[in-house]
Design a protein around this ligand. Structure first.
Ligand code: 5RP
Length: 229
């Protein structure tokens, strides 16, 4: 994993951004590379409007002079470019390592196309080595944990659930929720797990992105590879 590879993937994805586009900006160290490339491009006259998937990305983009809008102002986007924690078969993804997957999924699904940028370390044969982030409302947290355990069991899986912490306290998302990281080992049937988790009240969104990404630029020693489902 290298920052240079992340930058190379972001540079490749830059080619997709055309004047007049409305672009969703992802969250994380790879998405930051894209934002850092867009700043000078906008200063050079690239005419785009952007919507961020997190407060951090919004602040970074604004600081670089990128014209930012809310998703309410631009409810339909042309393209979203975002990182991922794992890229599995058919461009199935695990996202949410940065705790932004709720907004990332809303923005990606409001876009005509979602494109992933990553280095090769993110590519896996089976999803699940990376703990699956689950965004849950604070109310009734213990009850939601129980329901999540049952949903995971119903999907034929088992594992451990950990409430995410940051700086010695609960991690709180941009939407004021908590994160449970579900360490499941391997997720052979992500659709089955996603369907089971969808029934849990209090679970706002899980980090499985299935059938959402249409292209991935993955950078490694051999250059940038373009993956499609
Ligand atoms: C944030 C995300 C990120 O896209 C994911 O964590 C990848 O981050 P990075 O590019 O820093 O590895 O899903 O919620």
């Amino acid at each position: 994993m290298s920052q240079a590879d992340k930058k190379a993937a972001a540079e490749a994805a830059m080619e997709l951004i055309k004047p007049g586009m409305k672009v969703g900006l992802g969250t994380g160290s790879t998405a930051n590379e894209l934002i850092d490339l867009l700043g000078p491009a906008v200063a050079d006259g690239l005419d785009i409007l952007c919507v961020a998937t997190s407060k951090a990305s919004d602040e970074r983009a604004r600081a670089l002079g990128i014209p930012m809008r809310t998703l309410d102002e631009l409810p339909r986007l042309d393209l979203t470019i975002d990182g991922a924690d794992e890229i599995g078969p058919g461009l199935s993804l695990i996202k949410g390592g940065g705790g932004a997957h709720l907004r990332e999924k809303i923005v990606a699904c409001a876009s005509s196309e979602m494109v992933v940028i990553a280095d090769t370390s993110k590519c896996v044969e089976v999803l699940g080595a990376f703990p699956l982030p689950l965004e849950v409302v604070p109310f009734g947290f213990a009850a939601t944990v129980n329901a999540v355990e049952q949903a995971i069991d119903k999907a034929g899986l088992s594992g451990t659930l950990t409430k995410r912490q940051k700086d010695g306290t609960d991690f709180v998302t941009d939407s004021g929720n908590l994160i449970i990281d579900a360490t499941l080992g391997t997720i052979d049937d992500p659709e089955r797990l996603a369907a089971s988790l969808a029934d849990v009240p209090g679970l706002v969104e899980h980090g499985l992105f299935l059938g959402i990404a249409k292209k991935a630029f993955v950078a490694g020693e051999g250059g940038v590879e373009v993956l499609t489902p």
